[in-house]
Design a protein around this ligand. Structure first.
Ligand SMILES: [Zn+2]
Length: 480
């Protein structure tokens, strides 16, 4: 038997429905979907219908207040709010009536007698992409085959999808949802987004340039004060008639929590700026590159830092924040990338001895040659073998324990294990950072370093980085 479809919003396994349910709760002034009263639910549904009517009455997506109308084409294509061929011909009243009818629960007599595909309560109809993003794409699973009427949904689930855009970053084209199975974080994230969007959707204010999708997720983490208990997904979708798209990116829980703790201060207070500096390029701010690496290729956070430090070291110089960057990379490597402490210590031990060898020579050319060898594992291995012999014959005077080997058997294995599951390439990246950190700690500066005309101290953060770290968000601004 199908449960009755009371106007209570429940959370289902559909991430976009969940984002929408939380957005609906915020619109209704409730702390979460579970505490949404029937009256507040009706009020929120009515607010959304009025917003949709207001957008439709602009009739022109390029008009000053046409942003929500433009967005709606990528969210609710061919709906009563944006059917462009007819909008220009209809009176305000006709448009308002059409939108309100679309946003009114279908009469009980027309219900199909099947359960809601998402929550199992009684469906009020079948819904396609006019109401549900991607519901008719021929690419994705939840499609509507020819001859089928769509996705069976109850009214609260339909209304969750109508509320979804309020909880997303709107761009005018693709829409970006930040989702997590950590309900408390999701509530926080959606609340922030809805507040900003109310000014864009309800008041018609021109939106600011949206941040990149990955930076958006970092913003949400930055101002979240609690430990996050699940990962984060970025869902980028476009429901437009001209081509539906869906891209998803995920941050696993350890990385999400590490970023949150680092961004909000935590044990690495002061280290986030150097991390961003290491990621800054001529064409992109550090935060954008860092966020992209975190979502798409987490190990690249470490390799990028290694390249940044090495670019200075090959001239015989050091980045002034070398120690901070090395420390944050070690933390990232053990807490996020799961390297165990004994592995890190072995790599650091090898690196300290190699750094002592390099520091014993008063030439920037030596580190340059070492770095050239580093890029080719076979050459690095033979370099280490050669040095190991010299090490045994005449260890550098500065070495505290000259009796030990330059590289232990385990050290070799960590750096050069050819096995299919081997993570040797990544161990070498950590090794490089550890060598450079040790040279920095030894204050090694060969006498020819000064000749290298490289300015290493004026690579300050660009304005966008500063904006991300130290200024208020768009959505905070919008609340004023
Ligand atoms: Zn449902």
């Amino acid at each position: 038997m199908i449960a009755s479809s009371a106007e209570s919003v429940v959370l289902t396994p559909h991430p976009l429905q969940r984002v929408g349910a939380y957005a609906l709760a915020v619109l209704a002034g409730a702390p979460d979907p579970h505490r949404l009263t029937r009256d507040a639910f009706d009020q929120a549904v009515s607010t959304m219908a009025e917003d949709a009517t207001g957008a439709a009455l602009v009739r022109d997506t390029k008009a000053a207040r046409g942003f929500w109308l433009k967005c709606s084409q990528s969210l609710f294509p061919n709906s009563k709010m944006n059917h462009m061929p007819t909008l220009g011909k209809r009176t305000d009243e006709e448009i308002g009536d059409g939108v309100r009818r679309w946003r009114t629960r279908p009469p009980e007599a027309s219900w199909p007698g099947v359960p809601c595909a998402l929550c199992g309560r009684e469906a009020v109809g079948f819904f396609g992409k006019v109401d549900v993003p991607l519901a008719e794409s021929n690419v994705y699973r939840n499609n509507t085959p020819r001859g089928h009427e769509g996705l069976a949904l109850c009214w609260p689930c339909v209304c969750s999808f109508h509320a979804l855009p309020y909880g997303c970053q709107l761009t005018g084209g693709s829409t970006v949802a930040v989702h997590s199975w950590d309900d408390q974080f999701l509530a926080h994230s959606v609340r922030r987004q809805v507040r900003g969007n109310r000014m864009v959707i309800g008041v018609g204010r021109e939106p600011r340039k949206p941040p990149s999708r990955e930076v958006l997720a970092l913003r949400r983490l930055r101002d979240y004060e609690h430990r996050i208990s699940a990962g984060i997904e970025l869902i980028v979708f476009n429901n437009n008639n001209r081509g539906q798209t869906l891209e998803t990116y995920a941050l696993d829980q350890p990385l999400a929590e590490w970023l949150r703790a680092t961004l909000t201060g935590g044990p690495h207070q002061g280290s986030f700026r150097p991390l961003l500096r290491a990621h800054q390029t001529a064409d992109r701010p550090g935060i954008v590159n860092m966020a992209r690496n975190a979502f798409r290729d987490p190990q690249r956070v470490v390799t990028t830092c290694g390249h940044y430090l090495a670019a200075a070291a090959v001239t015989g110089n050091h980045r002034p924040d070398t120690d901070r960057i090395a420390a944050i990379c070690y933390s990232y490597t053990t807490e996020v990338l799961d390297m165990d402490d004994s592995t890190l210590k072995e790599i650091q031990g090898t690196a300290a001895r190699v750094a002592a060898l390099l520091a014993a020579q008063d030439s920037a050319g030596k580190i340059k040659a070492f770095h050239a060898d580093f890029k080719q594992p076979a050459r690095l291995r033979s370099w280490l073998r050669r040095q190991a012999v010299w090490w045994m014959l005449a260890p550098p005077a500065s070495v505290p324990d000259p009796a030990g080997a330059l590289v232990t058997t385990r050290g070799y294995e960590l750096l050069f294990d050819p096995g299919a599951d081997s993570n040797a390439w990544f161990h070498r990246e950590v090794f490089l950072i550890a060598v450079l950190e040790e040279l920095h700690r030894l204050r090694w500066r060969p006498s020819d370093a000064a000749k290298v005309a490289v300015e290493l101290t004026n690579d300050d953060l660009g304005p966008t980085d500063n904006g991300f770290m130290f200024h208020r968000d768009d959505d905070e601004e919008d609340q004023r």
